[in-house]
Ligand binder design. Sequence first.
Ligand code: F6R
Length: 255
Amino acid sequence: MDIRVFEDNAELDVAAARLMADLVKSKPNAVLGLATGSTPIGVYRSLIDAAAKDGISFSSVTTFNLDEYVGLTPDNDQSYAYYMNQHLFSKIDIPLNQTHLPDGMTSDLEAFCQKYDAMLEDAKVDLQLLGLGHNGHIGFNEPAAELSAGTHVITLDEATREANARFFSSIDEVPTKAVTMGVGSILKAERILLVVRGADKASIVRRALTGPVTTDCPASLLQLHARVTVLLDKDAASLLATGGKEGCSNFASAM
Ligand code: F6R
């Protein structure tokens, strides 16, 4: 794993955006796997800036998002479809028909999951952006004795609903279910970019990157992937420095 630690959050955003922008520059028809949540907001802002500054076009790019809540329409301001339009798609030149998110409103979720997997299989994601949940989830693959490889419907952990309640007016409004890419689909990406910030994620960062590979911490499966870049702020990295760096073959400080 290529792990880089940043003193400054804005620099972290720029570095993450740079990886994505460079990919699109060198491969204009790149396939990007995208994430939502608070972590990528600054990354998308920097990507929009980089695109404008360097004249990078997304007109041939295809995107697939990791997940979507079940029961929220795309015009609901808490849906991930709304988030993606707000934070990225409306600000770059990507045709919306080349952007894909799981459909949390379909009457046949199972058929949709199969269709999404077939599309992912055909498209082959070049770079998958990931955030990290406090419980080690990636996408909405929550810790469990068994994990699904493909896209599936998941019942969100109470801890995840509580963490995401900050975006809703009350926890009761946070959906109980979501559709998420599976860990198998995530691990099929050519390259993975994991971005994590904050002291509250320091212990799960250490577990995910240096602990045993276990379905109890889905992000630990990233240790099995050959090309993972991890960008951390210094708070998220704080327990790596003291907690041993086993498994981190390339630990660099960008501070
Ligand atoms: C979002 C996603 C989740 C988040 C994770 C961290 O599409 O798949 O895994 O990346 O819950 O969320 P934030 O960034 O809000 O801390």
